[in-house]
Design a protein around this ligand. Structure first.
Ligand code: 3PG
Length: 334
């Protein structure tokens, strides 16, 4: 049965149209959520609501195994929501209609920003939306490390230990807050953050990475992967840590100089490495450093319903606000 009719022989039929009828006729904007590691269902439902309320269509590509699937799915997308999914020049070439890509999360090293700019595509992230989830996982890795990977032997406590936060952004600040609840002494180094911000959070500012590693029993990494930071966590830096040092990485694998860390852990049997981003040399780490190395099978830091909802819905709202009002507040390829 049609929604309405102009047929004169049916004078009593109500001449109403559904709210989205004309937008349907003029081709709805399509928002694609492409997540190799899917959001929780509740987050997808929330994203759908935001997108459909705006009169757009939502398409989903989850758990794809092949880049070709992404290339096909983006072909008619006007907007794209991703997580750690790679958006490079080839993806942008295939996305002929694309106006905006939003990385639902913090780090946007998976987007080729220059290519996005060249394709006239706005790239955004959703800063802060998943940072508590990542911070909780970082503390979980710390407890796991000092309790000897729950192997039944006597470990140590976090209470009173010195924690070094390497980069005091959204995740680093949440790590500081939670670590203070454990009674840790919290230090931070961040070349781009003023001391006052750290002091206001009861964190002791240090003024070089070397000073941080020398001072702290546990160092938690929160630096982005950039040309400047890649391979910067190297043999000599980590070697400054005191006996029994623990390095926790919930940031990016690229910041670690893996051969350097392997060499150091061979030289120093007291060091532990806990990571949420499996190293390229995972097999070597597992084989050589059993009991003092742990990597999650897949990056889990932001993998909570809450973080998925926060980041996913923020991404959807940013897309609507950009398409309807031109808001570029969170653009990262300016
Ligand atoms: C981020 O940069 O937001 C985190 O690393 C989370 O990444 P994910 O969305 O792939 O879990």
């Amino acid at each position: 049965m049609p929604y309405f009719s102009f047929h004169h022989s049916e004078p009593t039929r109500k001449k109403t149209v559904p709210a989205d009828f004309f937008t349907t006729l003029v081709n709805k904007m399509k928002v694609l959520v492409a997540t190799e590691k899917p959001f929780a269902k509740v987050a997808v439902d929330g994203i759908r609501e935001v997108i459909e309320d705006a009169g757009y269509e939502l398409a989903l590509l989850e758990k794809y195994t092949d880049k070709q699937q992404l290339l096909e799915a983006v072909a008619d997308a006007d907007a794209l929501i991703i997580r750690s999914d790679i958006v490079d020049a080839e993806v942008l070439d295939a996305a002929k209609q694309l106006k905006i890509v939003v990385r639902a999360g913090a780090g946007y090293d998976n987007i080729d920003l220059d290519a996005a700019t060249a394709h006239n595509v706005v790239a955004m992230n959703t800063p802060g939306q998943n940072s508590n989830a990542v911070a909780e996982l970082a503390l979980g890795l710390m407890v796991y490390a000092v309790r000897n990977l729950y192997n039944g032997t006597s470990g140590t406590e976090l209470l009173g230990k010195k924690l070094g936060i390497h980069a005091f952004g959204n995740v680093g600040r949440n790590v500081a807050r939670i670590a203070q609840g454990f009674g840790m002494q919290v230090y931070a180094y961040d070349a781009y953050c003023p001391d006052e911000a750290m002091v206001a959070a009861n964190v002791t500012p240090l003024h070089s990475a070397e000073e941080l590693y020398k001072t702290c029993d546990i160092v938690s990494l929160h630096i982005p992967a950039t040309a400047e930071t890649k391979n910067s966590i190297n043999h000599d830096l980590v070697n400054l840590m005191p006996k029994g040092g623990v390095l926790v990485n919930t940031a990016r694998k690229e910041v670690i100089d893996e051969p350097g860390l392997i060499q150091l852990m061979q030289e120093r049997a007291d060091l532990k490495y806990m990571t949420d981003i499996m190293p390229a040399a995972d097999a070597t780490f597992r084989e050589q450093f059993a009991g003092r190395y742990f990597a999650t099978p897949k990056k889990m830091g932001a993998q909570t319903a809450e973080a998925n909802i926060n980041a996913g819905i923020a991404a959807a709202k940013q897309i609507v606000d950009f398409l309807q009002n031109g808001n570029t507040r969170f653009q990262v390829n300016k």
